[in-house]
Design a protein around this ligand. Sequence first.
Ligand SMILES: *[C@@H]1O[C@H](CO)[C@@H](O)[C@H](O)[C@H]1NC(C)=O
Ligand SMILES: *[C@@H]1O[C@H](CO)[C@@H](O)[C@H](O)[C@H]1NC(C)=O
Ligand SMILES: *[C@@H]1O[C@H](CO)[C@@H](O)[C@H](O)[C@H]1NC(C)=O
Ligand SMILES: *[C@@H]1O[C@H](CO)[C@@H](O)[C@H](O)[C@H]1NC(C)=O
Length: 211
Amino acid sequence: MMASSNLTFAAHATILLCLLGASQSAPTDCERLVRPLHQVHLHHLEGGWAFIAGSINNSRIMEALKQRGSIAAYFSNSSETHLSYTQVNRITGQCQQRSYNISFQGSTFSLEGNHRFQLNGSFLFTSCPDCAVMRWVVNSARRQTVDLYLLSRRRTLEPEVMEEFKAQVNCLQLPPPAVMDPSEELCPEPQEHQEPTAVLRDGNNIRKKHV
Ligand SMILES: *[C@@H]1O[C@H](CO)[C@@H](O)[C@H](O)[C@H]1NC(C)=O
Ligand SMILES: *[C@@H]1O[C@H](CO)[C@@H](O)[C@H](O)[C@H]1NC(C)=O
Ligand SMILES: *[C@@H]1O[C@H](CO)[C@@H](O)[C@H](O)[C@H]1NC(C)=O
Ligand SMILES: *[C@@H]1O[C@H](CO)[C@@H](O)[C@H](O)[C@H]1NC(C)=O
């Protein structure tokens, strides 16, 4: 009895190790890697994030991503179902911001209102506790794309996390991801009243700027 359950345990452990060890995407591995989260805790998203890497199924938009020095994302005003999302791209030293309201239905979200483009998104599995993996389906006059982004509270991540993200990109059959330069400054969160904003120069982590 004891021996047989030990054997069963050993068999399971071996299967698990095989799955973890497989860097290429066996179907079961991909299922796990690109599974949308059941539930997103919106309060967990609040605050600032750095885009670490991204992949888009469109080479023109992918090139545009590579031209960006850094991308910061700020989620705020969490309710049960709504958040405001501000993305600030640093492009040739300039900070360009866009803000959207997003509404959540479980772990999927969409842009509210009448924008130039439609976006449906979801958050996928990640083993990194201070990261988020976001999948977008974008539809606009300029692009119909699937995007996958790795965000983190930190600027640099362990190689294992990068490998896991690359595997997720592979599973979705997207091109190899662009990795953002962690030494490029992040643009600060725009202030409500739009005073001229100073640039955060220090630190590896994103801080909220209080003026
Ligand atoms: C966010 O919440 C604060 C405090 O409740 C409020 O003053 C502010 O207007 C809200 N911002 C938006 C964009 O709803
Ligand atoms: C988001 O929603 C709030 C309140 O519903 C509104 O005041 C604000 O203008 C919206 N922001 C954007 C960027 O659409
Ligand atoms: C987002 O989802 C809605 C509802 O399922 C759908 O009507 C819309 O076409 C989707 N938009 C995109 C860009 O996939
Ligand atoms: C990217 O994916 C979208 C959605 O599946 C598709 O409509 C579009 O044609 C794809 N783009 C390319 C360049 O394959």
